[in-house]
Write a new protein. Structure first.
Length: 133
């Protein structure tokens, strides 16, 4: 799948997961280099090395999953706004957005609802003028 076709959430999640993987790989390389490149690692050090790598892998996986969830949560309201704009563009002037926060997204939803109200009022006025003729 080309990167262009991925959603914003998928692209953001992919980027953050890649950065986390890069950091984990860097950490593993630094650990290996700080061990002195000694090839004759004892079995005790080897098992400790494996446990550290497993913990790093689990941490990277969890961070990747959490970043994907956070990105989805962040982009979901924008997807709803896009769907609402499409419905409005298709003539469904009764559709409104429900968003309770007063942040920028809440203000955007309020502006969208106000625009829909004005379009609906304008359409009603036009219909009344047409009926009067």
């Amino acid at each position: 799948m080309p990167i262009r076709r991925l959603s914003f959430a998928a692209k953001t999640s992919l980027l953050s997961s890649s950065l986390v993987l890069l950091c984990a790989l860097s950490l593993m390389i630094v650990r290996y280099l700080s061990a002195g490149n000694d090839i004759s690692i004892s079995t005790e050090n080897n098992s400790l090395w494996q446990v550290e790598n497993l913990i790093t892998l689990v941490a990277v996986t969890l961070i990747g999953i959490l970043s994907y969830i956070a990105c989805r949560r962040f982009t979901l309201p924008f997807n709803k706004l896009s769907e609402a704009a499409t419905k409005l563009g298709n003539g469904n002037l009764n559709h409104r957005l429900v968003h309770s926060s007063n942040d920028e997204l809440g203000q955007l939803c309020q502006a969208f609802n106000k625009m829909a109200d004005q379009l609906q009022a304008s359409q009603m006025e036009q219909e009344m003028q047409t009926a009067a003729l």
